[in-house]
Write a protein that binds this ligand. Structure first.
Ligand code: SF4
Length: 348
């Protein structure tokens, strides 16, 4: 495990989580294997991003320290998760708190996963701009089934603005869409709808999809998954954009479905998602237990701790805690329907 302090935001200075680090890959929201009691396991191998989106709910790009998981170590924990779930139609959804294409061993990781019989689908979330003809072929050959790519407008300047970058090559991204559609993989275009801000952008994307459909690419090869804009306390927010409740959001989608004759409301059945055994820890909210501080987390006030030798816990503390120290913590996040753990110190 390397622990760079000099320039923690650069790619070469990623903190590598591997066997030596002793960090379990169950328990953290930003890294590892996340279970939500369904047949989909979300896998988060890296925390860096090439964008700095104004709406990023995980604030990627602002972290003081960034992480990447050793591939063998990650595969071992994914296998562990599959065994615990006792399920033979697992979907692995690669959805980093960052851009997964920046993960150095992505092709190899997908190939490894393809060889696990219980894994039936491998999908991936990306902003897409780093994709090239070669990369798309590599992902296809490695065994990727579906690419979910974000796009929030058909206007290049607006895209650049939302994504917090100087230049956004929309033409390149549309070419990427063509190449993905010509491959064996499915394509899901996933805009976020900031109501009142990118309304025209959403309509333009619908019109674009309708045109592509005319070339013969239909559901499920090509899907549009418009997402409701959600804000979180620790995420970045677009000024003037408001969160809408889901009932209202689905009503808007329903109206547009009728008007444009396109499927827009997507649910678990559309992706073969069903409930399964959950991977959950032995603690409940407000329980007080001992943990060992392993390392600092992404932020100044965040630590990664070890609990019961098999769980990573996010410990939030404004006060400095020495590494390797065993402390008492109170759990403030834990659930029977998933494997995330957050705690705060009782006394140091
Ligand atoms: S929204 Fe996605 S692409 Fe944008 S900064 Fe966050 S992780 Fe990166």
């Amino acid at each position: 495990m390397s622990d760079p302090e000099e320039n923690p935001k650069s790619n070469s200075n990623l903190i590598i989580i591997d066997y030596k680090s002793n960090v379990p890959l169950f328990g953290l929201d930003f890294l590892g294997v996340l279970d939500r009691a369904t047949n989909v396991l979300e896998v988060k191998p890296i925390t860096i991003c090439n964008f700095h989106c104004k709406y990023c709910f995980v604030s990627a790009g602002d972290y003081d320290r960034n992480f990447s998981i050793d591939r063998d170590y990650l595969v071992e924990w994914i296998i562990k998760a599959i065994e615990l779930k006792n399920c033979d139609d697992i979907e692995i959804h690669l959805a980093a708190y960052g851009e997964v294409l920046l993960y150095k061993e992505l092709n190899e990781l997908i190939s490894d996963l393809r060889n696990i019989p219980e894994i039936k689908t491998i999908s991936m979330q990306s902003n897409g701009v780093l994709l090239t003809k070669k990369k798309i072929r590599e992902l296809e050959n490695a065994g990727l089934d579906r690419l979910n790519i974000s796009l929030n407008s058909m206007d290049e300047n607006e895209c650049a603005d939302y994504c917090g970058v100087k230049n956004y090559n929309l033409e390149h991204l549309l070419h990427v869409f063509d190449l993905v559609l010509k491959s064996k993989m499915e394509l899901l275009i996933a805009p976020v709808w900031f109501k009142g801000i990118n309304d025209n952008g959403i309509l333009d994307i619908i019109k674009y999809i309708k045109k592509v459909e005319e070339k013969g690419y239909k559901w499920p090869k090509l899907r549009l998954g418009i997402q409701n804009y959600l804000t979180y306390r620790t995420g970045r927010k677009i000024k003037k954009a408001r969160m809408r409740d889901f009932k209202y959001f689905y009503k808007l989608l329903q109206n547009m479905e009728k008007e444009y004759k396109i499927k827009l409301r997507l649910g678990p059945n559309d992706f073969g998602i069903h409930k399964t055994t959950a991977i959950y820890p032995s603690v409940r909210i407000d329980d007080i237990r001992n943990v060992e501080i392993l390392m600092k987390g992404r932020w100044r006030n965040e630590y990664i701790a070890l609990f019961e030798d098999k769980w990573a816990v996010k410990v939030l503390s404004k006060e400095k805690i020495p590494l390797k120290k065993k402390i008492r913590v109170k759990f403030i996040k834990s659930s029977l329907k998933g494997n995330l753990l957050t705690a705060i110190p009782t006394i140091h």
